[in-house]
Design a protein. Structure first.
Lengths: 116, 114
């Protein structure tokens, strides 16, 4: 079975400071990993994905994430946070080697608050 | 259309009533998914369509829930005899086939059962 853990319910940072949102995963094979962001009363917006290749993935709005196979982690990072980055962030995983490789499993989410 | 469209955006109903939630996916996307998101939780898988058929409905919580996609495009999630515990945000997503392709989500339908 595949799963994702986001160990922090909330992350608070000052504007201009680095932002990190943690994610660890569990799959039987090599994972496909995704980050989505959700603003209030909105659907999920795709930020970035890791499929294969370079462990450092760059995505939308200046976000990046690093795939670490030995630590089974895929932490989301932004070098300099903006107030507008305040939102709910979800990590998600797919197992391409499984019979239900279409199924995306989400973490519980991390609320990011960036203070001015 | 340019994105995934879901209607209604908000639905308030009484316990025991029947509800339909509609999803209009991105044109050309053959894969369609329904997820349910309860307050403070991540989205949970309900059902997956590849074309017209439900390839996996293992996430539907019970037989009060049913979904169709008769022409391989628009999908309707149907909930019979609604219960207060059905209150949640229902999210629809679509993609090209599956695998590594990114799911594009709609804005969701927020269901409140009184």
């Amino acid at each position: 079975a595949q799963s994702v853990a986001q160990p922090e319910d909330q992350v608070n940072v000052a504007e201009g400071n680095p932002l990190t949102v943690k994610c660890t995963y569990s799959v039987s094979g090599n994972p496909y990993l995704f980050w989505y962001v959700q603003y209030p009363n909105r659907g999920l917006q795709f930020l970035l994905k890791y499929i294969t290749g370079d462990n450092l993935v760059k995505g939308s709005y200046g976000f990046e994430a690093e795939f670490n196979k030995s630590q089974t982690s895929f932490h989301l990072k932004k070098p300099s946070a903006l107030v507008s980055d305040s939102a709910l962030y979800f990590c998600a995983v797919r197992d391409p080697s499984s019979s239900n490789d279409y199924k995306l499993s989400f973490g519980a989410g991390t609320t990011v608050t960036v203070r001015a | 259309g340019a994105g995934v469209s879901q209607t209604p955006s908000n639905k308030v109903t009484e316990k025991g009533k029947y509800v339909e939630l509609r999803c209009d996916p991105i044109s050309g996307h053959t894969a369609l998914y329904w997820y349910r998101q309860s307050l403070g939780q991540g989205p949970e898988f309900l059902i997956y369509f590849q074309g017209t058929g439900a390839a996996d409905d293992s996430g539907l919580p019970n037989d009060r829930f049913f979904a169709v996609r008769p022409e391989g495009s628009v999908s309707t999630l149907k909930i019979q005899r609604t219960e207060r515990g059905d209150s949640a945000m229902y999210l629809c997503a679509s993609s090209y086939r599956s695998g590594a392709n990114v799911l594009t989500f709609g804005a969701g339908s927020r269901l409140t059962v009184l």
